[in-house]
Design a protein around this ligand. Sequence first.
Ligand SMILES: C[S@@+](CC[C@H](N)C(=O)[O-])C[C@H]1O[C@@H](n2cnc3c(N)ncnc32)[C@H](O)[C@@H]1O
Length: 226
Amino acid sequence: MTKPEQTGNAVKELVQQHWNDRATTFDDASHHGIHTDEQHERWSSILREWTGDEPLQVLDIGCGTGVLSLLLADLGHAVTGVDVAPQMLERARAKATRADRSIEFYRGDAEALAVTDDAVELVTARHLVWTLPNPEQAIAEWQRVVEPGGRILVIEGYWDHAEPWDEYEEIHDDLPMYDGRPPDELRAVLARHGLRKIEHEPLLDPVLWGREPHHEYYLMAGTVPR
Ligand SMILES: C[S@@+](CC[C@H](N)C(=O)[O-])C[C@H]1O[C@@H](n2cnc3c(N)ncnc32)[C@H](O)[C@@H]1O
């Protein structure tokens, strides 16, 4: 029997429920949270390399518990984090307060942002596209909010979930990039959306993930045309 197709909103509700339920333990995994000074330093140095030394207005989309938002704020960028799951955002706010970082975190949808055109210089998104029902709509939306000449930087991977878990059992067929994407495929999607100067770097250093990487992780960035 075929299962009924979920609407975008029903899919997002289940995604939100999944991440709300994981919020308190998300950072416990060393491939999610930052567990050592060495890990912090390794992420910082990669992000510094890609963002440069000038402070940027950054929107970290699908920010979760704020791992990337905090690293970027530590580098001096003015960061706003947006996520669909209130409990992930609660953790992010608590961590920013503890770290004495001024980061605004608010609830929003990566595919339809409450942000004006050209509002930021950089959009970041780590491990987000796989869990979106309309990832291509999201990429177009991220381009809308980045000023011309600004960049979109994603940290993604290609994994092969043996079995969908929890809420994802019901919805994985509705997520076109579930399982992630090999870098060449994601590059083609970004290029089709008009991004220029698309570059990528494999992220396979075990220090980044606190273990041998189980997947083909990478960072990819492209420039929004002027
Ligand atoms: C795998 S977690 C990654 C969190 C964070 N980017 C990180 O790397 O630590 C995916 C995050 O995307 C969020 N998310 C999923 N769908 C979203 C949507 N449509 N809009 C905004 N956030 C979304 C989830 O709530 C979750 O916090």
